[in-house]
Every structure is written in structure tokens, then in C-alpha cells.
Design a protein around this ligand. Sequence first.
Ligand SMILES: O=C(O)c1cc(C(=O)O)c2c(n1)C(=O)C(=O)c1cc(C(=O)O)[nH]c1-2
Ligand SMILES: [Ca+2]
Length: 564
Amino acid sequence: GVTDQDILADQDTSADVVSNGMGLRAQRYSPLSKVNAQTVQDLVPVWGFSFGGEKQRGQESQPMVKDGVMYVTASYSRVFAIDIKTGEEKWQYDARLPENIMPCCDVINRGVALYDNLVIFGTLDAKLVALDKDTGKTVWKKTVADYKAGYSISAAPIVVKGKVITGVSGGEFGIVGKVEAYDAKTGEVVWSRPTVEGHMGYLNGKENGITGGQANKTWTGDLWKSGGAATWLGGTYDADTNLLFFGTGNPAPWNSHLRPGDNLYSSSRLAIDPDTGEIKWHFQSTPHDGWDYDGVNEVIAFDYQENGKTIKAAASADRNGFFYVLNRTNGEFIRGFPFVDKITWAKGLDKKGRPIYNEEFRPGNPADAKDGAKGKTVVAAPSFLGGKNWMPMAYSPDTGYFYVPSNEWEMDIWNEPTAYKKGAAYLGAGFTIKPINEDYIGVLRAIDPKTGKEVWRYKNNAPLWGGVMTTGGGLVFTGNPEGFLMAFDAKTGEMVYKFNTGSGIVGSPITWEQDGEQYVSVVSGWGGAVPLWGGEVAKRVKEINQGGTVWTFKLPKRHEIAAK
Ligand SMILES: O=C(O)c1cc(C(=O)O)c2c(n1)C(=O)C(=O)c1cc(C(=O)O)[nH]c1-2
Ligand SMILES: [Ca+2]
């Protein structure tokens, strides 16, 4: 079984992959180097595994590997266990979802957590399920939130010191975001930390007296009761500071004129004590968000040297188009810079990292319109699908660069009146996303977090929507909606490998070593938010075929022989 020690060591070991992010800091870096710029051209698939049936869409999972078995989730809250050597199925689990689930952005799941003999994941009806790793049978199952109120779970949980830590989705339905810890062995809830100011936290079954701020201080009227701030991308953990880092999504509703104030803790980064659920610091990237710039983006701990000192930093590339470097011990802003070519809604960031708004790019107040029905439409960039959305970036300690999957697009956006109703969409906004350039939307960028400089870029026709991984072999891997698993030289950005998987890639690649051979896996199966919400962009990618396949690659044996 998987131990706490295995999970903490995951970032430095390469025999297995036992955490989402390939290490709890989620650097998505592997020291493995047998696959490198010289050998990668020979990388060949050893097996493909189909998720089968009609559920061929939206495969955003990162597989996990332990003792020769892969554990991977598929769309519609399914889990598969697969033999690494042969690609044969060991078991599968299907959560059999109710009819009326309400995921905002496709029927996706981003992966499992492993602990002891358990395979743990969150479902689209907002449950946590722990399965026996050998049989796939349910060991425990807990309701995290009420799916009828619009809650769901799309993120992979993480396990920290024996606790399963999960977030929730539902910001488009006026839920109240939260982070929760469950005892991994029993499924009992340990603590609960709501992410909207004013809501009470719980520890060991009792109110812990911590409201995470005063109700209504940064909200108006009763809006804090349905304030969103979903923790829908899950979190990361830094053992060095003993902090969980969670991003929070958009405040609800999108129409910002209904909720004057900063609306804490929406569109923020939170540092949370893993033992109690207490918020240790927060950094709000988009106060009073009016564009659905959910600030859920992953927070990646990394160290760098400056003037002979080690800086304990954390980086995050936000939906809003800015890249942030924070002091991870206290949340202080170190620096921030745009990582996309076009940002209209803000002129820049002030000394504390707060945006300097361009108010003319905030959608107009419907109350100012003659009929009170539709406020002034603005063209804002980036679009609400973000300079970067959920797809995780990677950090290489070898180059010191972040590899950021990003997109260049803008949107028409306008506001409308709306009122909260349980289980109904709660936006008060309409929109159309549009490409900015004729020939590309996606841009994979190598970014130097010390200078803000873009070192290289790769332009992709369709929006990039898959995770990134980097390796000690000096490579950067990612996939595109056109179906290719691609590898780039981490220093120069030269594309050194591509292989078409037959459907769009919106999953996150992994690599590991077994019996002296380096393997690479990625899930293929187009979906997620782009085809559903993408407006003009969705039209551009409408020919892409659906799918649901895990591909696993390695170098042919003759490489071993040649090396000897
Ligand atoms: O506010 C939320 O609760 C929430 C949840 C999710 C989700 O769970 O996937 C997405 C979003 N928002 C969102 O705004 C968004 O653009 C988005 C894209 C995707 C995706 O997987 O392609 N999910 C989500
Ligand atoms: Ca959202």
C-alpha cells in the first residue's frame, strides 16, 4: 500500500507516481532522463486502453502508478485499474451517477488519490469514494455536498498526513466553496473550511469558531450566502512550510454590480493549515471579479536564489492573464507580470499585486440600461476561459523555467439581472468567446519566474487544454486538441517528438520507471469547457473527434543494448 512517506517522496522518486502533480508541490517534474532529446524520436506506444462504451469525452485525468498497476479516472466518474506491462484491465468502477447532476464544464474527472490499499476519488454527484486497490470494491463513501444544489467534484483529491483533502465545484450555481479533510482510512470528516467570508469552519465535528472573516464585510446583503469561490481544481501541499495551497473560483453571480466589495475569498489563493483547516494567508488575484476569472490555478512551491539568498516562493499563472510569484511562507506578493499577449481589463498590478483596473472593460450595469435588462457589452481579454484555465503547468529545477499552457482569446461579455435559486445557473451574464489571431489560440510558453521573460513559445492552432510535464531528460511534454502528444526541448522549445493519439488530449502526462525502462503515459479524449462554452472558438474546433484512451509509451529494448 501507499504510505505518507511514499507520497511525500513522490517528487524525488521515479518508480511510481502516487500523487496528483507528480509530487505534492505539483511541479510535474521527473528526474528521469533515459527519454531525452536524442532518444525521444524512438518513443513508441506499448499499449492503448479504451475507456469503452459511449462515454467518450472529456478525459482530463492524470494517471497514477503503483507497483505495476495504473489507476486512472475517466469521464462520468469512472475508475480503471490497468496492468502496466500488458495494458490489461484489472477492474473498473462506475459511480452510476444520478440523472440530474450539474457539472458546469463537461463530465470530467482529473484523477485519483492513493493511500494504503485505497484508491480515492471525487464524483460528479459530490461524493468521495474509496475503492480497494485490488478489487475495485467500495470500502467507504461519503457525501461531501448536495449535488442538487449544484455541487460536484471534478478535481483529484490529495492525501496529506493520512487525510484526504478535497475541494468542490459549483461556482456557476451559487454554491459556497470549501476545502475539507477526511480521515483516509475511515472516511470520517476531520475539518471543513468554507471559502466565502462569514461561513463557519468545523473541526472534529464541532464548529471551530473560525468564520474566516466577518459575514458581509466584503459582500453586500445576503450574497455571501451563495458566494461561489469554488475550490474546483483541488490543491497542492508544501511540506517545507506545512501548508496546503488552494485556489478559489469566481464569486457568484458573475454580474459584479450585484455584489460591491472585494468578495473574499473568491478568485484567491489560500494557504491552509492541513491539521486544522485554518486559513494562514490569502492572496486575492481578482478582487471583485466581473469576468469569471476564477483564481483556482494551481500554486506551485519552488525555491530560487537571489543575492545569495534562497527565496521560498510559489508561482501561479492566473485565468486573468497575470503570472504571480508569491512568498509562500506568508503570501506576500514578490512580482507579477502578464503571461499572455493581450490583457485589457487591468492596466497592470500595484506594489501589492492588486490589479489596476481598466473600468471601461468591466461589463456595464444592467441597472444603467434603459430597459434594465442588459448592461453595456464590452470586449475583454483574456476571455473567461482564461489566459490559462485548469490545465496544470510544470516547473523544471534544471532550467528554472515554468512551462505554461496558455491561450490567446477575448470575449464579448455583458451583464443581466439574476437571482439565486437553488440548483439553477447563477450568472447574470452572457458572453461569446472569440479568437484573437487567425492561425493560433494555444501558446505553450517557457517563462522565467525571476524576470517575467518569455524564453520560448510554441503556437498551437486549437486552444491548449492539457497538462504539462518536464523531465531530467531536458524535455517538456504536453498534448493538444489536434490529438498529438508532443515533446519539446526544455531550453530551446524545439519540438522533438509528436504522436497522434486519435482524439484531443486534455489530460496530463506522467512518466515513471519500471524494470529499468522509462514509461510515458497520457490520456486522450477531447472535451472539457472549450466545446461547450467556447463560442466562436468552439466552431473552430468542432471537427475534433471524441475519445477515451490511455496511451502508454516507452523506448524499444535496443536502446538498452546500445547504451551498454
Ligand atoms: O466555478 C466552478 O465551480 C467551476 C468548476 C469547473 C470544474 O469543476 O471543472 C470549471 C469552472 N468553474 C470554470 O469556470 C471553467 O472555466 C472550467 C473549465 C473546466 C474544464 O475542465 O475544462 N472546468 C471548469
Ligand atoms: Ca467558474
